[in-house]
Design a binder for this molecule. Structure first.
Ligand code: CMP
Length: 432
């Protein structure tokens, strides 16, 4: 890929016209790294910014007892090293090539000049620095043993579609892995498909335990340690919880199971992605109620349009979800489209947050190999769209306040009283 094409994919340069990208590209020098090479070291002075063009860079810090702690990984199109340049402080972390990699190096005097002459780059840079600081704060808070401040600190992203086969699981898995590549061990995926869940298989995992194994009487004592025993770990660091390992186990999972698991996940992970079922059963409703963001996967068809409209009615009139939590994703799960995005948006009277291109055969192969496309095909338009969606959805959001966290828990208590799925909720409403 040409350097200017790469720059165009980066948020900080996105708004610049092509003629301004060329001189910036001229300032960058390529540097090749072998696996294990250290690019910059925590505590040392910093005089350059790095943009990854290939491979994978591990960012880590060392705590006072000498233990290495991985903060994140950087891949194609991501930059780092801006903090020392902006503040004059020593490098806040060590960057090591996880595999043979290439980076573009921008020297400090060129960086300073660029920021001084482009307000847009400065604004985007500040946004990234704020997001990174927020993530670090959140991580520190969550790690404080027994800290009550961490209650509700993480966010839950539920992925829902009224239509089976819409690509909901593929999206949930790819979003989760994309986020885990940046926040390893701080990201979780919860497969809430009660009978036939495929999320773990898409990651090449075969979990031996599931939420269904947690006895109902133990739910009140559910904590991080208990949760950890029922989760599988992907090699990216992503933690995966499945509702059941066999179809018959799905029936055992109740709304109380889901609430206990998600409350604990909110404390332990900064982002938990839930692959919801396609029906409004009680466990699914519990997840929808607890979600900070609800991704509604739409496909370019009339039937889906009708079903999504019905969902919106249910969300608003029966489950009483805030409309501003909804995020619509237009997914081309097949190579042709009956409805264009604009037609769907007009008919639904809702804007789509993003359009996900059809990934063709690559998607099937990735699922069969257990290697999601965001990792095995990171240059594909599908992967780039998922990356964009994940970045705009997850890091752009501030940590919810305690008040917001409690509001979510409050609405959960309401549904605990009104059991019986949608009809139960309707009965409760009529009686009140
Ligand atoms: P700098 O301190 O110059 O060198 C290390 C770089 O790692 C730092 O700039 C940021 O670019 C990056 N960095 C530090 N902390 C985080 C974090 N929590 N998340 C992502 N990137 C970070």
């Amino acid at each position: 890929m040409r350097v200017t094409d790469l720059l165009r994919t980066m948020d900080i340069f996105e708004a610049l016209p092509s003629e301004e990208l060329e001189p910036i590209a001229q300032l960058l020098r390529e540097r090749r790294l072998l696996e294990g090479d250290v690019l910059c070291r925590q505590g040392e002075p910093g005089d350059a910014l790095f943009i990854v063009t290939g491979g994978r860079i591990r960012l880590s810090t060392v705590d006072p007892s000498g233990n290495e702690k991985v903060l994140t990984y950087f891949t194609d199109g991501q930059f780092f090293g801006e903090m020392a340049l902006l503040t004059g402080a020593p490098r806040s972390a060590t960057a090591t090539a996880e595999s043979d990699s290439q980076v573009l190096v921008l020297q400090k005097h060129d960086f300073d000049l660029l920021l001084a002459t482009h307000a847009q780059i400065m604004r985007e840079m500040l946004k990234v620095v704020s997001q990174r600081t927020l993530q670090t704060n959140q991580q520190l808070l969550a790690e404080e043993p027994g800290s009550s401040v961490t209650v509700g600190a993480g966010r839950i992203y539920a992925v829902f579609s009224p239509r089976g086969g819409a690509g909901k699981t593929t999206l949930a898995v790819n979003i989760a892995l994309q986020q885990a590549m940046e926040q390893p061990e701080r990201t979780a995926l919860f497969d809430l498909n009660l009978t036939f869940g495929h999320a773990a298989a898409m990651l090449g995992l075969t979990p031996q335990t599931s939420l269904a194994d947690v006895p109902a009487e133990s739910l009140a004592d559910f904590d991080r340690r208990t949760l950890g025993r029922f989760m599988a770990t992907h090699d990216s660091g992503l933690q995966v919880l499945v509702a059941g390992t066999r179809p018959e186990e799905g029936e055992v999972v109740t709304a109380a199971h889901v609430r206990a698991a998600l409350s604990t996940m909110k404390r332990q992970f900064s982002a938990s992605i839930v692959d919801c079922g396609t029906s409004f059963d009680e466990p699914t409703i519990a997840a929808l109620e607890m979600a900070d963001r609800l991704l509604v996967v739409c496909t370019p068809e009339l039937n889906t349009l009708r079903d999504v409209r019905e969902c919106l009615r249910v969300f608003s009139e029966i489950i009483h979800l805030d409309a501003d939590r909804l995020v619509f994703v237009f997914n081309h799960y097949q190579p042709f489209a009956v409805l264009a995005r604009e037609q769907f948006e007009t008919a639904l009277e809702q804007p789509m947050a993003i359009e996900i291109p059809h990934a063709g055969e690559a998607a099937y192969k990735a699922a069969a190999r257990g290697e999601p496309l965001v990792r095995s095909g990171s240059g594909l338009p599908f992967s780039k769209a998922v990356e964009k969606l994940t970045r705009s959805l997850i890091p752009a959001e501030a940590r919810p306040t305690r008040k917001q966290g409690m509001k979510v828990l409050g609405s959960t208590k309401r549904s605990a009283r009104q059991s019986g799925g949608l009809m139960g909720m309707l009965r409760g409403k009529r009686a009140s």
